[in-house]
Design a protein around this ligand. Structure first.
Ligand code: TEU
Length: 609
């Protein structure tokens, strides 16, 4: 139980608090400062009131008020267990994320579909993946490519029919694979029946399914993730909250009737045999009562005004436990939450097995290096990833498990962020696969990773379809040239991960969107996934760091029967290889010289106990 923290509390006390740790770590990450600063004894012993004098304008009094309010709202301490780990299929599985729109188009309309996915199940089984995560396939007007759901229980017509879905699920299970779907319940499309009813009739019970406010003035200063205000203004001075696009209306999870509706819908999908869900921005579902204004300095720092009022809301744990108890646990289904903004200590408070909230989360703090953002053309340093993921794995202990992913449908391709030297991309892709399959966690391969796909040479905004990028571009050209704005969009647009995979045809003139698959990378993924399956030490074994020199990372995974030693070069220069007496070489990514690790080379050594 944490005592109330105040401006007289010391930095070390605050950093020991899960919310304090994660917020300070985020502030350091955003501002490009090392978290070692907080571990400095002089800094650690300083009182917040003195620190606040040093941070002046960046973190003003408003920030510290918000900061302490959030900390003092969380009285639980995360528990990191080192007891023997429980076993579960989802801890052993390699997941593969499918973005249906661009995965495989079976009928030549230029849009991926369910029959296309079915046609690639043998390919996926041969790759060795165990479970598929399907991005939304529900009926949607596609304002946010399906993350704006109009009917949770109808299949998007351009993807196929419910019969196609039933066939897909049956064929996945026939191959001893699992299928999890995307659960987008922080918001619905404004074309959803509930929202249409709510707009039409002020006395409709659906009006309280959303955040609809009758007021002369805009209800608060919150901004949307997709630029502009987070409020739509309807006739009759009615305002509707949307954290994302203007057509994605936030659901009011404080309404028990809404929660029951959503939980019943989840249960109907689980009753069909779906094996679990990835839960879209699930940490946003509880908002601060009264929807108060966001603090301007927090908004400035985080890029989104109002975020402190919903990214870790007052009833989040309660609602997650309700969904878990009424839907996931009775079906023994897997739940992985997408939780933007939650750091590793807060993640422990939603994924620790004893918490009965979620099995795992996607946290995004590893996707940009300190002081950088997605919409920025910079070079990602894998040494940062190594240090970040080691701390995260340590924090998760044996009662939680981190997710290991380089890419998803919301980010540019990681190999392009690390280097634009395309001659290095093959070995770099394989290095990322080695780390993903040997670190302690749950691997999520994003479609195309196994082909070594990189960013797309988009020619201009005419090639961009993502609602987020379009909104950002309009915002940017208010303050800079079109050329400068385009450079920023090109660096960070989600469209890089959403072009058709190479086995599709593309319309004439759009050949720039097609990339060549690298068969060597695919073979490497196939081999590494097999090695992970054959060596349980890579799943449940303990992890020990041998060394973490600059650019050189070596660690072991060990259980009662075997030790695997993974040695990697995180850079484009050569590094001296270690000797591994008593081990046999299980996997070389590229052997040129036994004593030297080539750029981005990875080796897996093996010793039976
Ligand atoms: O993403 C939420 C999320 O964290 C990212 O979209 C990020 O907020 C956004 O790119 C702005 O930086 C989930 C889905 O993965 C995404 O595709 C949806 O657009 C979004 O929620 C709304 O449903």
């Amino acid at each position: 139980m944490n005592r109330q923290l105040t401006m007289d509390s010391r930095v070390k006390e605050v950093f020991a608090h899960p919310v304090g740790h994660d917020i300070l770590a985020k502030v350091l990450l955003q501002t490009g400062m090392s978290s070692a600063l907080v571990n400095n004894p002089v800094v650690g012993n300083m009182k917040l009131k003195h620190i606040s004098k040093l941070t002046g304008k960046i973190l003003d009094a408003g920030f510290w008020d918000v900061f302490l309010k959030l900390l003092n709202s969380e009285h639980d301490v995360p528990y990191t267990s080192h007891e023997p780990e429980t076993h579960a299929w989802w801890k052993e599985a390699v997941f593969y994320q499918i973005y249906p729109r661009s995965f495989c188009d079976s009928d030549g309309d230029g849009i991926g579909d369910l029959q296309g996915i079915i046609s690639k199940l043998d390919y996926l089984q041969d790759l060795g993946v165990d479970a598929l995560w399907l991005s939304p396939v529900y009926d949607s007007p596609n304002d946010d490519n399906g993350y704006d759901i109009r009917d949770y229980e109808k299949i998007q017509a351009e993807f196929g029919t419910m019969e196609d879905f039933d066939t897909l699920l049956e064929e996945v299970h026939k191959r001893d694979m699992k299928l999890i779907m995307d659960l987008v319940v922080n918001h619905t499309s404004d074309e959803h029946r509930w929202f249409q009813e709510a707009l039409k009739d002020p006395d409709s019970p659906y009006r309280d399914y959303y955040f609809l406010r009758e007021s002369r003035d805009i209800p608060n200063n919150w901004t949307s993730f997709f630029s502009g205000s987070a409020w739509n203004h309807y006739e009759g001075d009615l305002w509707g909250l949307h954290l994302f696009s203007k057509k994605q209306m936030d659901l009011n999870w404080d309404n028990p009737a809404l929660r029951e509706e959503i939980i019943s819908m989840i249960n109907r999908w689980l009753d069909k045999g779906v094996d679990g869900f990835r839960m879209d921005v699930i940490n946003y579902i509880s908002k601060t009562e009264g929807l108060p204004d966001g603090d301007p300095s927090v908004g400035e720092l985080m890029g989104y005004t109002g975020i402190e009022n919903y990214y870790y809301g007052p009833h989040l744990h309660e609602y997650l436990r309700e969904i878990q108890a009424k839907a996931f646990t009775p079906h023994q289904a897997f739940s992985v939450g997408e939780t933007p903004g939650l750091g590793m200590r807060m993640a422990q408070l939603v994924t620790g097995e004893e918490r009965r909230e979620l099995n795992a989360v996607f946290s995004f703090d590893h996707l940009e290096t300190p002081g950088h953002v997605r919409f920025e053309d910079y070079k990602y340093d894998l040494n940062f990833y190594r240090d970040f993921i080691l701390e995260y794995i340590e924090s998760a202990g044996n009662n939680s498990r981190v997710t290991l992913f380089w890419n998803n449908h919301d980010n540019p391709r990681m190999i392009s962020k690390i280097t634009d030297n395309t001659a290095m991309h093959k070995h770099l892709s394989i290095l990322l696969a080695v780390l993903q399959m040997t670190l302690k966690g749950i691997p999520f391969v994003y479609q195309g990773d196994e082909m070594g796909l990189k960013n797309v040479p988009f020619r201009g905004m005419q090639d961009i379809s993502d609602v987020e990028s379009k909104g950002k571009y309009e915002e940017l050209i208010q303050k800079m040239s079109e050329e400068e704005a385009w450079k920023i969009i090109l660096a960070g647009t989600r469209d890089h991960a959403r072009v058709p995979l190479p086995w599709n045809r593309v319309p004439e003139g759009e050949e720039y969107r097609l990339q060549m698959a690298d068969e060597d990378v695919t073979e490497a993924y196939r081999t590494l996934i097999r090695i992970r399956r054959e060596h349980k030490a890579l799943i449940y074994g303990d992890m020990h760091v041998i060394n973490r020199f600059r650019d050189h990372f070596c660690f072991t995974r060990e259980d009662d029967t075997e030790i695997l030693k993974i040695e990697t070069n995180l850079s484009e220069r050569e590094v001296t290889a270690q000797s591994h007496k008593g081990y046999v070489l299980l996997y070389p990514s590229v052997i040129q010289n036994e004593k030297i690790l080539a750029p981005y080379e990875a080796r897996i050594w093996y010793r039976k106990k």
